[in-house]
Design a protein around this ligand. Sequence first.
Ligand SMILES: NC(=O)c1ccc[n+]([C@@H]2O[C@H](COP(=O)([O-])OP(=O)(O)OC[C@H]3O[C@@H](n4cnc5c(N)ncnc54)[C@H](OP(=O)(O)O)[C@@H]3O)[C@@H](O)[C@H]2O)c1
Length: 276
Amino acid sequence: MTSDNSVLVIGATGKVGSRVTSSLAASGHPHRAVSRSTDPTFDWEKPATWAGAMDGMRSAFVTYMPDLAAPGAPEVIEHFATIAKAEGLRKIVLLSGRGEHGAELSEDTLAQSGVDHVVVRASWFNQNFDEGMLQPSILSGTLALAAGNTLEPFVDVDDIADVAVAALLDDRHNGKTYEVTGPRLMTFADAAREISSATGRQVNYIPLSVEDFHAALLPEIGKDGADLMANICAEVFDGRNEWVGDGVQQALGREPRDFAEYLRIAMASGAWRQVA
Ligand SMILES: NC(=O)c1ccc[n+]([C@@H]2O[C@H](COP(=O)([O-])OP(=O)(O)OC[C@H]3O[C@@H](n4cnc5c(N)ncnc54)[C@H](OP(=O)(O)O)[C@@H]3O)[C@@H](O)[C@H]2O)c1
């Protein structure tokens, strides 16, 4: 279904995009959910797919893959914004990463595009532990990461989606950049301890050097993926993000969910069933 306020959700099968899609569907808001596996398809690596996905849409929620910190991302976002403008999109809500220099370049590119925009700049997701790349680590009982003892205000993906939907549907958010974080600074050792307590199975955090982390990732995700993840960890876990943002409060007028609430909901929904 399309209408004069239809929303295009890019990355709609992902952790954030699926929640944005569900929320729009629940309120009956016209939208189109796309990724590489949908019809119409949308592929960041195939610009020829973009205009077809945008047809009839008036705004877009953008999950860029693999990451706005990846080489070449600002150029892709610039190209995307140009096509979006030509196709009649009036607003882009961009999911961004907190403390990533490359992501800020993409944010700047979007700001200069002339399309109304909102940046949802998120900290490390809670759901990385049960829906994302860290799920196998939690199941194995060893969480090895190049994050040292850095403090991180883990954010709940449900909060990110709520902010994104508000930004999409209400033009009073236009031009804003929301630093979306959870309410509490925690180390990854704290997170492992709380997950252990919730699941009843021990999860140990092992801080790795960036070099050892890169070497561990190499056989799993290849050089480009390992370079990207190692560079992101070196950047965002150097202390720059050791503060709590107020993006959820600013956008929604309520407090963000705590990690304990995330664990309660994750356990109730059967997360890490193999370890519970
Ligand atoms: N994880 C974090 O802690 C964190 C923190 C801050 C910011 N971020 C940002 O959040 C974004 C990831 O969001 P997420 O975790 O919700 O995603 P996700 O769960 O990893 O899912 C990725 C989504 O993108 C689609 N996708 C993958 N490659 C694509 C491509 N080449 N073209 C089009 N779609 C593609 C996937 O569907 P198909 O496979 O069907 O295409 C899926 O819908 C990234 O931009 C990341 O930088 C993440």
